[in-house]
Design a protein around this ligand. Structure first.
Ligand SMILES: C[S@@+](CC[C@H](N)C(=O)[O-])C[C@H]1O[C@@H](n2cnc3c(N)ncnc32)[C@H](O)[C@@H]1O
Length: 235
């Protein structure tokens, strides 16, 4: 299903397109003990900035998937350019063709909210190894959102719902993630920082308008919409 906000990110080729940006990614990964033989799945990899970091920093076995063809193409370009041996696949995270218990680590940075959340979480719990874990950074409602605000946010991002932290934890438990912990993150890392871009040659003017609209929305809704980083295990 097409999503104008994701088209915008894909056409502008924005890397680190999640709250907290690449600085938050680096902050979270610094505490991870990832080994060379670990199999890591990054879902919704976008243009591949995090997957590239994983290979460069840990030399681990990275599979990166995204269902947007332009994202996949730009991620491939990035990996080829820096000779990073990442396996890139165009896949829908809601319906994965990996066998059960495939991955030691799964990383999702602002992805699951764009999908049918419960369905995706179940799929991720299935492909995660029993002794593996998942790190996810996702959008949260930080206080009561009026119906009007919810509608505006859902239409802008092309999403079905905005969960608060407790609702995320409940959905994670229901999907089979028995242990869920909130990762403490520095408060200054709240914005999407745009410092890694790979724009397409032709970008429709509508997408510039949408970018303006998005920035305006963020500016006025900082107190309402935030994010959480979670560390989740099956057992
Ligand atoms: C907000 S962007 C974040 C991209 C990347 N994680 C980052 O932080 O730069 C969301 C990404 O999830 C991808 N995505 C959304 N729904 C997906 C699905 N059902 N299957 C796979 N990827 C999906 C989008 O194409 C997009 O690249």
């Amino acid at each position: 299903m097409s999503n104008a906000y994701l088209d915008l990110l894909a056409h502008f080729g924005i890397g680190g397109a999640h709250p907290g940006g690449f600085s938050l990614t680096r902050f979270i990964l610094q505490d991870e003990n990832i080994k060379v033989n670990d199999s890591v799945l990054e879902i919704g990899c976008g243009t591949g900035q995090t997957a590239a970091l994983l290979v460069e920093k840990y030399n681990c076995q990275v599979t990166a998937i995204d269902n947007h063809p332009i994202m996949v193409q730009k991620a491939r370009q990035r990996f080829q350019k820096i000779k990073a041996p990442v396996k890139v696949l165009e896949r829908d995270v809601q319906n994965l063709d990996f066998v059960d218990n495939s991955f030691d680590l799964i990383i999702a940075e602002s992805v699951i909210v764009f999908t049918e959340i419960s369905r995706t979480l179940k799929e991720l719990s299935r492909v995660l190894k029993n002794d593996g874990h998942m790190i996810m950074i996702e959008m949260t409602a930080e206080q009561y959102l009026s119906v009007e605000k919810q509608k505006k946010a859902c239409s802008l991002y092309g999403i079905n719902e905005i969960l608060d932290t407790d609702e995320w934890i409940l959905r994670l438990h229901q999907a089979g993630f028995n242990q869920v912990e909130i990762i403490s993150t520095p408060s200054e890392l709240n914005q999407i920082e745009v410092n890694d871009i790979n724009p397409s040659k032709q970008i429709n003017m509508d997408l510039y308008d949408l970018w303006e609209e998005h920035n305006e929305f963020i500016l006025h809704n900082r107190d309402f919409i935030g994010y959480r980083a979670f560390k989740c295990r099956n057992s």
